[in-house]
Design a binder for this molecule. Sequence first.
Ligand code: AMP
Length: 399
Amino acid sequence: MNILVINCGSSSLKFQVIDSATEALLAKGLCERIGIDGSVITYENIVKNSGKEVNETPMPDHNKAVSLVLEALTNEKTGVLKSLDEIGAVGHRIVHGGEKFTTSVVITDEVIEAIKEVSDLAPLHNPANLIGVDACKALMPNTPMVAVFDTAFHQTMPEKAYMYALPMDYYNKYKVRRYGFHGTSHSFVSKAMAEVAGKPYDSIKTIVCHLGNGASISAVCNGKCVDTSMGLTPLEGLIMGTRSGDIDPAIIEFIAGKENQTAAEVVSVLNKKSGVFALSNGKSSDFRDLEEGYVAGDKFCKLAIDAFCYRVAKYVGAYAAAMNGVDYIAFTAGIGENSGFVRANVMQYLGYLGIKLDEEANKGRGKVIKISTDDSTVQAYVIPTNEELAIARETAALC
Ligand code: AMP
């Protein structure tokens, strides 16, 4: 069955068509600047190996974007499908499922209502995700759709890991707790880790380091997530591209007073102007630039990368303790898959776990690689993530 995977943001829409039987990627693309001047659709027919087609065309709303995607997919010359009937189901990435959704679900009117109910937990993401659902429903009313939640995989965390030490009312009234994000990736990578290791999923302890522009880490014990670094929102935990990760929460009031800002303004700085971008003194949030600066002797680039890696290593230690040991450490996402420099920096802290870096293997990137030596007692791997394929698998399983 062909699955259309949709990841809809407030002004962008990423899409892929995946054949669920062979797991082959057939086509992919991206609509950018939806609702803004200068909208662009990028489309690539992978089957024909046709290269990227980029078209600037007005997209006043998401309905128009979805209709352009469907047109591109069925276009006589460049399309990968003969007609929309060849799409068996649509899988939608939905950021926040609250406590309601512990697994992926077929989208019904009740599900849409339930997603709306938890939208105050992700006010920037869930409404945008639902616009994509509505647009597909309008144009393909008879095609089944599935919601795949970023939070669902982490719902197995025990209370002691997800409760904040705050007045119980905040949880009872507003559901303030740790939810965690990137769940689709943590689930995909921890399962892939078990496959690569040739061990049953429910018999190993894995720490997944999802290191991308957004970064999070999770402890997966015997097939269940038992802790993860992101919290009520994706701001908590690791240092990220522009997000601070963990800080003393009192800093918010302190800076608000000093800079005459509201709490919301300070939190916006924590989300958009902090992280390695801030530590590098505004040089970049992209690790390619930071590595270049580090090697050239820029002290701020060095600080940014060293602080980022130190934070990852601290979480690895915490999660090894949480699981009373660890068997595998999996590095994934843009930085985890591509930067041997960052992996080596993190691994220098992990000798006490019995991990030794295989320097030669660590030069590789973007594929499954064992980067620890054979005599290491804990093994470290690069395991590429594939959130779209994970969404396609979940969708096919339910349709
Ligand atoms: P993601 O959010 O998973 O797409 O990751 C994006 C980030 O990965 C970029 O902002 C870069 O910081 C990082 N990245 C991508 N390619 C490389 C590379 N070759 N070396 C170092 N970092 C990379």
